[in-house]
Design a protein around this ligand. Structure first.
Ligand SMILES: Nc1ncnc2c1ncn2[C@@H]1O[C@H](COP(=O)(O)OP(=O)(O)OP(=O)(O)O)[C@@H](O)[C@H]1O
Length: 354
């Protein structure tokens, strides 16, 4: 291979996936880190003194994210207080192993770690949920529960920001899926680098413009300790189609991933977002009557899903809520603990804290 196209002196060892330029290892590391730094500063993701939870699963993306966030915080003196936050979904042979990786990374970076489990939060593990509902739709339960679990963990850690390892491929896939489904409401939101409401902690994606291939190469050449097995319950066929299509496009044009993200960003939704109630032009998001979590309905999605599980009617939350309510009457089982009270007053028992 030729000399590095960046420093011009060292021998090139890799081709940068997003540009196909030959690069030495050191320049490759630096260009990825600089790209993330530029994403952070241009989008003003953080301010000095912010307490930031890095959502870590032990997988490649979040392991690299923890490494890069730690590196940039030191290099550019961001002044951030970093924490690791993991959710144990209760998937035997998968998450238990990947969490061991997280524990080792905690030692390596010297960052406090908090682990919350679905079992403690909801009384259900994904193993138990899949035993009841089968593989189909299990990702819906997992996704809804994880979103809330991360918010709960962030409240317990008393942080004011969460970052996740979603990368450019993930976002481009989501754009494609929303187009294929005709979900224009989600399409208009899915490329946002940061999501925040009055009621939730801001959540950002510093890897929004980093290709998955770059993350894999970074982890490999840095010899980072990560867990590389795919989730055993992840039959997400629809995302699989989008992924295959994206990989085919990438072979034709390296910029296709960024092009798709840009298309998503430029999209202006003409479709009214019906998730929130609009009153006199002001968006009102209420709280779940049962657990206190942000919700524009009486019950949040997680409580509806839990209700279904606890009543042996797991399709309750999957199908159209109002239709099901008509069939089964109003949901009346006792509330799980109030979300805010739970998070502030009571330390949740978790397998390994700090
Ligand atoms: N169990 C978990 N605990 C904490 N954060 C999680 C967990 N699962 C996912 N996340 C966060 O959400 C991001 C996207 O998750 P996704 O399930 O798409 O996994 P992924 O793309 O394989 O990422 P990773 O390689 O980090 O596992 C992760 O990078 C991480 O920041």
């Amino acid at each position: 291979m030729k000399n590095c196209s960046i420093c011009k002196t060292a021998r090139a060892l890799v081709k940068i996936p997003s540009t196909l330029e030959p690069s030495c290892k050191e320049c490759f590391f630096l260009q990825l880190e600089t790209k993330v730094h530029n994403t952070i500063t241009l989008n003003k993701l953080f301010k000095r003194g912010d307490k930031v939870a890095i959502a870590v699963s032990g997988g490649k993306d979040s392991t690299v994210l923890a490494h890069v966030m730690t590196t940039l915080n030191k290099r550019y003196d961001y002044g951030l207080d970093l924490f690791l936050l993991s959710i144990d979904e209760g998937i035997t042979g998968y998450r238990d192993d990947s969490l061991l990786t997280v524990q080792r990374n905690r030692e390596e970076y010297g960052i406090p770690l908090k682990i919350l489990s679905y079992q403690d939060l909801y009384g259900w593990t994904m193993d138990k949920i899949v035993a009841q509902i089968g593989l189909k739709n299990n990702c819906t339960f997992c996704g809804v529960f994880r979103r809330q679990a991360l918010d709960r963990g962030a409240l317990l850690l008393n942080v004011n920001h969460i970052v996740t390892g979603h990368n450019a491929d993930d976002i481009a896939e989501t754009v494609l899926m929303n187009i294929m489904r005709g979900d224009f409401s989600r399409l208009s939101r899915c490329t946002q680098i940061q999501t925040a409401t009055d009621q939730t902690i801001p959540r950002s994606k510093p890897f929004k413009y980093i290709y998955e291939k770059e993350i894999v190469m970074y982890a490999y050449f840095k010899k980072l300790d990560y867990f590389s097995t795919e989730c055993i319950y992840s039959p997400n066929a629809y995302r699989g189609y989008a992924r295959t299509f994206l990989k085919d496009l990438e072979r034709i044009s390296t910029t296709s991933i960024l092009d798709i993200i840009q298309s998503g960003e430029s999209y202006q939704s003409n479709v009214e977002v019906k998730l929130n109630q609009e009153v006199e032009g002001k968006v009102i998001v209420g709280n779940c009557e049962r657990c206190g979590y942000m919700s524009s309905n009486k019950l949040c999605k997680a409580c509806v899903l839990l209700e279904g599980l606890n009543r042996g009617l797991p399709k309750l939350g999957i199908a159209n809520e109002s239709k099901i309510r008509k069939q089964h009457g109003e949901i009346k089982t006792p509330a799980i603990q109030n979300f805010k009270q739970l998070s502030i007053d009571r330390e949740i028992k978790s397998p390994s804290l700090n």
